[in-house]
Design a binder for this molecule. Sequence first.
Ligand code: 2P0
Length: 321
Amino acid sequence: MATKLTARAGANIALVKYWGKRDPVLNLPAAGSLSITLAGLETVTTIELASALEADEFRLDGQLQDAASVGRILDLVGSQDRPRCRVDSRNNFPTGAGLASSASGYAALVVAADALFGTAFDRRELSKIARRGSGSAARSLYGGFCRMHAGRADHGEDCYAEGLFDEDHWPLEVVVAITDSGPKAISSRDGMNRTMATSPYYPAWVKSVDADLAEAGAALARRDFDALADVAESSALKMHASALAARPGLLYWNPATVACIQTIGRLRGQGTGVFFTIDAGPQVKAVCLPGQAEGVAAHLARVPGVTRLIRTGLGPAAGLA
Ligand code: 2P0
């Protein structure tokens, strides 16, 4: 039996956003979400059984970290009697790029742990465990296009992610425009908690998500870019509107964020296959029809305040490295 295994998982970007929880302890989202998994922007995680250790050890990009949250996820895959572990996790994408490393990080962790402990959970079960670490992590178990189900049950067994289409279904391209690489002012978790607690628009946001999921799923199935663009931009703007209406308000954007939105809108008006989405930070993700990313990147590079571009496409499911 192996005593050391490595797994990898890609970052993901939601096209229908997750923003708010129905249970903070089990980390159950208030609504579903729909995402694309990215190629090449990965976390690679090695777990080594290390019974001689007094406690788990966790290194992120070489730096020793508190191992408590990683240990809790390892307990959920194995059991509390599992051997202690040495976990080494590396991200090959820059922090501050607005690509949540918690998503790819927890996805790679559960895949490696499942193989190392010999638990052989199916993807759905692994997505439930990854979700306990970070809601968006459930989606990084799958390649291509993924749907997260909110479920209704208090125990959360109906809350999981599933693959919709693999990356070959529709090889969309992505340009990430970085407008500020500093640490974000307010984490997603704190931002969504504040939105839930204080935003008068939060109930309307949650109520709107199911229709967006249906629309986005249908647009994907028929590869209807305009329909996907409309629903994805609306979902992102509604999420930010609910956050803006929190008290105090959450404004994740800077002037370059707005300039990128306007540039993308202008390009789309001229017939380029591109739409924007924005997460809990100032970076703008431009999702492009196959073959359009190069031209889109050239325009975004000229937007004042854009400091860096990352170009990528859709990537595969998490797996052993
Ligand atoms: C998303 N975000 O759907 C949304 C859009 C950020 C903005 O999922 O509290 O780090 O760990 O479950 O997964 C980021 O939230 O939150 C996120 P937790 P997570 O991609």
